[in-house]
Every structure is written in C-alpha cells, then in structure tokens.
Ligand binder design. Structure first.
Ligand code: PAN
Ligand code: ZN
Length: 191
C-alpha cells in the first residue's frame, strides 16, 4: 500500500499571543497619524508623535482575494496609550459587504469591543483573555485597549467582507471609551 503524504497547515498560531507564522502571512500597521479622524481631542493629538504605531494586524488568506464563501484568519495587537482621555483603539469599520459577520476572541490584555448598527445604535462588550465575540453583519466594530499592556485578539471573517472605513471617518461611532478618574467609562458621542 502507498503511504499518503500530508499537506502543510496554512500557518502556525502561537497561542501564547495569537501571532501567526508562515509564508503566506501578511501584516500591516496603523500609526497615530493615520488615525487622525478617530480621536476627539485634536489639541492632544497634535502634540503627539504621528509616527507612533497604535496597532498591528496580521492575517492569512486561505483562498484568493474576494472569494465568496472563503474565510480569513488574523490577529490585532493594540498598544496601550491614550490621546487625552481617549484610549488607543482601532479605526473601526463596517464591512463593505454589510451582511458579513465576524468572530473576535481575546488572547491578552483588556479592552472593549464597541459596536454600532446602521441606525447608530451602540453597544459594547468587555474583552478579557478568553472572551469570544460574535459581530453580526451590518454592525460596525472597533476595539479599544483600556488596559496598561498590549491588547491582542484573533479574528475570523469572510474573505469578501471588505472594509468601509469612510463611513466611520465621517460619522464616527455613537459611543466613546474614555478614562474618567482612572476608570474606563463609556459615553455617548452623537454627532
Ligand atoms: C479586523 C480589523 C483589525 C484592525 O481584522 O481589520 O482589528 O481594525 P481596523 O480594520 O478597523 O483598522 C477586522 O475586523 N476585519 O474585518
Ligand atoms: Zn471587520
């Protein structure tokens, strides 16, 4: 009988921090300067170094770009920090294909997953190691690092979801997470 050789796994996840290793792994980073539209305190923002990295993303495509029915796997690492009272966070987005859902699961650190539907109804979920979050389609999502160490989470989302950053850059989220008297506090932020 002939033995059957295995295929290689897509990549390796280091479960200590959620990071990805493998030839197909891609990465990007967002600096403070690229997040000008999202922080509310413009004068504090202007005094900070725009080249400072706020978060890094890794992902591995499992199928060709925009493949309907395909999935992507990735992770995000958000540095601790604040612009004035407002914690470092991701830009946040709706998916371009609005009905595409997503999973997030926290590996390290603490934070908030901030959600907003297309009628600007906001909600949020605390993130801590092990917390699993399901993001419905048609819901914008952003992660805020409210802790004093890196916040790291893994994610799985449809290959053809895409990212609509423009709506958030123009209209913002309806909730903001601020440090008030040393505590992470969620406030309304309607425009
Ligand atoms: C995540 C996010 C990642 C970075 O992979 O893209 O956390 O956040 P922004 O895309 O808002 O900058 C995801 O939600 N993908 O769909
Ligand atoms: Zn997403």
């Amino acid at each position: 009988m002939q033995t059957v050789p295995p295929n290689s796994p897509l990549a390796t996840v280091d479960w200590r921090d959620g990071s990805l290793l493998g030839p197909g792994v891609q990465q990007s980073e967002k600096t403070l300067g690229q997040l000008q539209a999202v922080f509310s305190d413009r004068s504090e923002f202007a005094a900070m170094d725009p080249s400072q990295v706020v978060y890094r993303v890794q992902w591995v495509p499992a199928e060709g770009a925009n493949q309907e029915g395909g999935l992507l796997w990735g992770n995000t690492t958000i540095q601790p920090g604040r612009v004035g009272d407002e914690y470092f966070m991701t830009h946040g987005h709706f998916h371009l294909k609005r009905d595409r859902a997503e999973f997030y699961a926290t590996v390290q650190g603490e934070g908030m997953l901030v959600l907003m539907d297309e009628n600007r109804r906001g909600s949020y979920e605390p993130m801590k190691p092990g917390s699993l979050h399901y993001i419905n389609g048609n819901v914008a999502h952003r992660v805020v690092n409210t802790g004093s160490s890196q916040l790291r989470f893994v994610a799985c989302w449809p290959t053809d979801a895409g990212h609509d950053y423009g709506t958030i850059a123009e209209e913002g989220f309806s909730l903001r997470v601020l440090c008030r008297a040393g505590l992470a506090t969620v406030v309304r932020s309607d425009r």
